[in-house]
Write a protein that binds this ligand. Structure first.
Ligand SMILES: NC(=O)c1ccc[n+]([C@@H]2O[C@H](COP(=O)([O-])OP(=O)(O)OC[C@H]3O[C@@H](n4cnc5c(N)ncnc54)[C@H](O)[C@@H]3O)[C@@H](O)[C@H]2O)c1
Length: 133
């Protein structure tokens, strides 16, 4: 069974991805409920045996020791109100979260996607979802 990590898993995109992939893989979910709520749909997903929820603030260095086949990074501070009212804070925090996930990814030995390929737009993450399921 493939091992997947989804950050921002309680959010809009993360929740739907977690719901889908939890039907096929071992899935670890990270969120700190900065924006999303622990609603009934999310509670149903984390009840599954193959799903592990980690309530963690990604502004802190990630200390998880596991190896993953795929990481879907969807945690971010979004929302028009946030961006308009405190743009520098939003940028600063989103870069910090991204830096932490990149540092963590560099320790992963099995990852199938590289940041280089992603930025060169040669890989569409949706293709990976189709490959996994
Ligand atoms: N929703 C869209 O239509 C859309 C379109 C294009 C791109 N995106 C991008 O996809 C990503 C996810 O979007 P979304 O709509 O699911 O957003 P969302 O706000 O619903 O989800 C983001 C999740 O990240 C979590 N989060 C924020 N800070 C965190 C932290 N420090 N530690 C742990 N978790 C944290 C929030 O609690 C939330 O659950 C964002 O980068 C967004 O810009 C979204």
């Amino acid at each position: 069974m493939k091992k997947i990590l989804i950050t921002g898993a309680a959010g809009f995109i993360g929740l739907h991805l977690a719901k889908k992939l939890s039907g096929y893989c071992k899935v670890d979910l990270i969120d700190n409920f900065f924006r999303a709520k622990k609603d009934s749909e999310f509670k149903e997903i984390i009840k599954k045996k193959n799903v592990n929820f980690i309530n963690y603030n990604l502004l802190k260095k990630i200390k998880i020791k596991k190896q993953y086949d795929y990481i879907f990074h969807l945690a971010a501070i979004v929302g028009v109100n946030n961006v308009i009212s405190k743009p520098y804070d939003v940028l600063d925090k989103n870069f910090k979260i991204l830096e932490n996930i990149i540092q963590f990814s560099l320790k992963q030995k099995r990852l199938k996607i590289s940041i280089k390929n992603y930025w060169q737009n040669t890989i569409n993450p949706l293709i990976y979802v189709k490959k996994i399921i």
